[in-house]
Design a protein around this ligand. Sequence first.
Ligand code: C2E
Ligand code: CA
Ligand code: CA
Length: 879
Amino acid sequence: LPATAGPRGKRAAKLPDRGPVSEGSGAPDPIATSECFAEMLAAGGRGDLRYRSLLAHSPVGLATCDMSGQIVEVNESWAGLVGYRPEEVIGAKAADLVRADRRAELGETVRKLINRESDHVVSEQELRRKDGTWVWVTSSVTLERSPQGTPQHVQSFVMDISERKATEERLRDSEQRIRTVIESLHEGVIVHDFEQVLAANDSAKRIIGVPLDQELTLDVMAAAVTVHGDGTRVQDRDRPSIRALVTGQPQFEVLRGVKRPDGELRWCLLNAVPLFHPGGDKPYASVISFSDITERKRTEDDLRESEMLFRALAEEGERLASIVESTSDMVGIIDLAAGEVLYMNRAGRDMLGHDELAEHVTISDVFTPQAERVLREQVVPSLRHSDVFSGELGMRTSDDRIAQVWLNLVRHSDSEGQNHCVSVVGRDVTERRRAAEVLTHQATHDSLTDLPNRTLLLAQLEDALATAKANGTMLALLFLDLDRFKGVNDSLGHDAGDELLVETARRISAMLRPGDLVARLGGDEFVVVCGDVSGELQATAIAHRITTSIESDPILIGTHELSITASVGVALSDGGLAHPESLLRDADAAMYRAKDLGRARLELFDESMRQRTLVRAEVADELAKAIENGEIAVHYQPCISLTSGRVTCLEALARWDHPGRGTLHPKEFIEVAEETGQIVGLGLQVLTKACHQAHSWECQLGEEAPRVHVNLSARQLSASNIPDLVAGVLSRTGLSPGKLCLEITESVLMEDAAVVIDTLYALKALGVVLAIDDFGTGYSSLSYLRRFPVDVIKVDQSFVDGLGPDPEDSAIVAAIIGLAHTLELEAIAEGVETAEQLQRLRELGCHNAQGFMFSEPQPADDITPLLTVFSAAERIRQR
Ligand code: C2E
Ligand code: CA
Ligand code: CA
C-alpha cells in the first residue's frame, strides 16, 4: 500500500463506527461507499484487473472521464443509473448530463482536485436520464494521475439517492404544512429546545404581547407568565412551575395569567409537551401551546360569582330562617285565600300554645271569629291597595284563652300580582293591654270606692243623654252630698272618713237599677244617673230610696255608730237639650239649695234655680273684673258701747261700686264670691283697706281710735296661709294688732272646728281680736266654745229682732249674754234698730250694740266725724 494508505486505512478502519447518518432508508451510505471505491482505485491503479472486474460489477456507479470531460469508461451501474447501456455514453461529455446551472461546479471540483486542495470531492447532483428525467445521485470525484503526477482521468463514483431526496422533499412539504397549520391556529404555539425558541406562531406573540416582527425569547415568555390561576401574584415558590414550561416537564391545561407589556392580563390554558428521541430519556425540545381563555374565564367567573351569590343567598336564607325561628315575635305565613296557616315560628307556636304546628291549621284555629271577620272584611281589601296592614287582633290559644296580638301583615304578591299569602309579624300585647286597661281604669275611677270618677261620669252621661234623646225618654241626675262629713273626718280621722265613704258608695250602688250609673266626684259628693225616668215623682222616689238606705241604719266605723244624712239635688233632662256639664251643675245647685234649707233633704232643680244659676255665673264674671279694677269699696258701721256711748269698734263691710248698678250690697255678690273662691281675693282687699283706714284713725285718735272688725269667710279661714296674710297686712299698714278684730261666723267655726282651732290660735298669736259672728245660729258646742281663743260674741240679728215684749225671745239673748259674761267674752248685739231693743239690751247687761239705730254702714269719710264727735263728747263728759 502507498504511503497514504495509513490515514486512509485508519479511516477505513473507522467506517463501522460512523453508523448511518440518514436514518430510516436502510440503504448503504452512498458517499461512504463511493469514497471507499475511490480509495480502492487509488490504491490499486486502473490497470489492476481484479479491481476492474470488481468495479465493473459493483452496485456503485463508476464513471471515468478524461481531462477534457469526455466519458471514457462507465460500469453497468452508472449506465443503468442514467438509463443507457455503457457503450452508449462512452464519448459523451459528462457536463451534458448535469443541470446547466451546476456545470460550473464540476469545473471547480476538477480544479480543486488538480490543485490538490482535496483528494476527493463529494456532492449531490442531478443527472439527466436517457428519457429526459432527472435522478438524484451522490457523487465522489477523485483524480487519477500518472506516476509523474500529471492528471490523467477524473473518476466519479455515484449512487442513487433519489429515494432519500423524495423523502426529504416530502418532509419539507409536511413541515411547511405544519407551519401553515400552526400559523393559522388561534392557540399560541412555541417550540423551543430549552435554549432558544425554534418556532413561535403569531398567535403566541399576540397573546404574550410581543410585536410580530420581534423575536419571542424564552425569557420574555417566562416573564410574561407570572400570575396564578386564582389571580394572585406568583411568588417565588411558584417559579418552578413556570420554569417547568421551559424545562421540559409536561404540563397539561394549567391556568396561568399572562401579563402583557402594556399591563393587560390575559388568562391562558397552557400545555407543555416535551419531545424525546426514540429511546432517549432527555427531551430535546418542548412544544408549548396556550389558548387565551380570558373571555371564557370572565364568563365562568361571572357564573361562579352568581353561583356564589346564589349560595350566599341560600345561606342567608337559612340564617334568616333561623333568626325568624328564634325571634321573640310571632312570625308566620298565612294563605288568606285558602284560609290556612302555612308557617308559624317558635314564638308564635309558644304564644298560641302549640308544640308543633300541625298540618292544615286554619285561620279559624288561631284567630277569634271576630278577628277572622276583620281579616276577611278589612285586611284583605286593604292589602289590595297597600302592602302592609297593622292592627290588634284576638288570637286563640290552644287552652282557649284569647291573646291580644299586635299584628303587622305584609303582602306577598305572586307573579300575577295576587296577594293570597301574607307574612304575619305579631307581638302579644295582652299584658300591655291589660296594663293599659288598669291604667285607664285608674284614670277613670275613684281609687277609694272604685266608682267612676268625674271624667268617666261625664262621658257616660253624654252617652246616656244621647240614648235618652234617641229613645225620647227622660233622665234623672242625683247630686248627693253627705252632711257634716268634714266633722267625721276631723274628729275620727281620715281612715274613718274613707270607711264612711266606701260604705256610702256600697249602699248607693245597692239601690241602683240595672243601667243606672253612680260616680264619686270627690270628697263626699256622689252622683247617680238614672235612665228612663217618667218624671219628677219617680226621680224623687229614687232619691228617697237612696237617702233612706244611707240614713236608716247607722254606719259602724270602728266602735263608732255614725248616723249620717245627705243633701240631694235632683235635675231632670228635659227632652234632650241637656248637656252633661249643665245637668250636673243644675243638680249641684239643687243640692246647695238643700244644704241651705237645712241639709238632710232633697231639692229638685227648677226654673228659678236655673235663673239664679245664670245670674250667679254673670255676677262671677263681673266680680272678677271688679276685684281687679278695685271696684270693691269698704263701708264701716259703728258699734257703740252701751256704758260709755263711745264708738268702740267699726265693722268693715264690703260694697261693690258697680259702674251700672250703683252700690251693691254683699247679699248680691258675697255668696257667689264664696262659691267661686273669689272671696279670697276680695277679702284680702277689704282687709287691707280696712287696716289702712284703721291705721289712719289710729294715727288721728291714738288709743281712742276704734277697733276695726273684718269678716273672714270659711274659704279664707281654711287657706293655710291666713295668719301670714294677716300678719303681712298688719305690718304693711302699721296697724296695731289689737285694733283689728276678725269675725268668723259660728257655722264656719263649728263645721271645721278641729282644723280651725289651730288657725285661730295662730291668728290670736298675732295679737288680733277674734269674734264669733252670727252667734246663736250655728249650734255651737259649748265645749268648743271654751276651747276657741275668741274674745267677742256677736249676737245674731235674728235674736235682737225679737227683743221686745216676748220674754221668750229675750230669754235666748239673755242666755247668750249670760254665756258671754261667764266665759268673760265681750258681747255685741247686731242689728239694733229700736230704742226698745236698746233698752232691753242694756237691762240684759250687753256691752255693745251695732245697728241702724246708731248708723248704717258708711264710707270712712262719713264715719270719721262721728268718731271725733263721740270722742269729743266723751272728753267733755270725762271733764
Ligand atoms: P254680718 O257680718 O252679719 O254683717 C252685718 C250685716 O247686718 C251687714 O249687712 C249690715 O249692714 C247689716 N246690719 C247692721 N245693722 C242692721 C240693722 O239695724 N238692721 C238690718 N236689717 N241690718 C243691719 P251687709 O253689709 O249687707 O253684710 C251682709 C253680710 O255680708 C255680712 O253679715 C257678712 O256676713 C257679709 N260681709 C260683708 N262684708 C264682708 C266682707 O268684707 N267679708 C266677708 N267675708 N263677708 C262680708
Ligand atoms: Ca260680721
Ligand atoms: Ca253678723
